[in-house]
Design a protein around this ligand. Sequence first.
Ligand code: NAP
Ligand code: G4F
Length: 343
Amino acid sequence: MHNRALITGVTGQDGSYLAELLIAKGYEVHGLRRRSSTFGTGRIEHLIFGESPQLQLHYGDLSDGNGLVRLIREIRPTEVYNLAAQSHVRVSFDQPAYTADVTAVGTLRLLEAIRDVQDDTGEQIRFYQASSSEMYGKVLETPQKETTPFYPRSPYGVAKVYGHWITINYRESYGLHASCGILFNHESPRRGETFVTRKITRAATRIKLGLQKKLHLGNLDSQRDWGFAGDYVEAMWLMLQQDKADDYVIATNELSSVRDFCEQTFARLDLDYREFVEIDPRYYRPAEVDLLLGDSTKARTRLGWRPRTNFPQLVDMMVEGDLALARQEALIQGLTPSVRKAA
Ligand code: NAP
Ligand code: G4F
């Protein structure tokens, strides 16, 4: 059968890596994009321009259920990957109802659209839901695995718990081939600039080139299990290739703190983070998630998945990407020759 995928959230970090992976596997790939006043396609430009674009974009929004039905009827995908979300934890405290509408009910709208079209056509549509380690929140067990109970600590975490359980409910009620990937934090040079890792690599490289003086952060003590997004999208695809749908934790099983990330990033640039990092309480959260550490044994044994990038390699990759951007910025700004030399 011809493999045809629809990716929601295709303009985001994971969407861009997943689109590349599926194109490389010979899929016909479609992506949902929101209308915005700017292009917003920076991460996927290499896939949508040229004589024969490899990725076909469609306007749509997870808040528009009728539009989703129409689109799925038109595209007739064999696989749907739901990566779209209001995905920022801190922002979810400022926009809790919006986060619930898109991240929680948006998942339900998409599942309903799939159920409708699948019932009409009799053709199976496999579904992937982007669940999150943020659902473990104030953790009840360490490391966290598929059976660890959830204790979300943010409107985003609560919305993801809804998305997770409604996906399982549709699997059990209607026999949908629907799987949830409980992904721990994953980063890359394409990570949004307001997430902490990218904020650090972006600032440190700009500081190195004299483009910025300080980096303001919130809680340096929180600990995360950070992996590389490019490795994690492979796990999404693997889940939909299984005969039976199921849920899997995807993680590196290694822990580092925000402070460790700062230390390693600045050290790679021969800088001491303590001279540049300042604490700004504005970046504290009303309720914090102190520690997330995954146990991905199930994915490793049943899917044959494993991460290929370790923490130092991830930091290197992100520093390298942001150093290139900072160099361009320095050149554009026409800074002094001594700064250019340092670059
Ligand atoms: P991201 O970079 O923030 O991308 C989010 C995507 O969702 C963007 O394409 C965004 O479009 C789209 N979107 C937002 N609201 C939408 C709406 N109302 N309708 C349609 N599309 C909408 O996130 P990511 O890091 O790639 O993460 C992908 C998914 O995995 C998300 O669901 C996230 O919550 C989840 N997740 C991420 C991690 C992680 O560490 N990265 C871990 C666990 C789970 P615009 O480009 O127009 O904003
Ligand atoms: O990078 P973060 O914003 O990621 P967070 O909150 O862990 O959420 C990310 O991972 C989740 C998976 O568990 C995803 F579901 C979610 O979509 C998102 O991708 O913050 C990481 C930690 C937090 O403890 C935060 O308090 O870094 C701390 N932090 C300290 N200073 C900061 C900052 N976070 C941000 N964004 N900005 C700061 O200045």
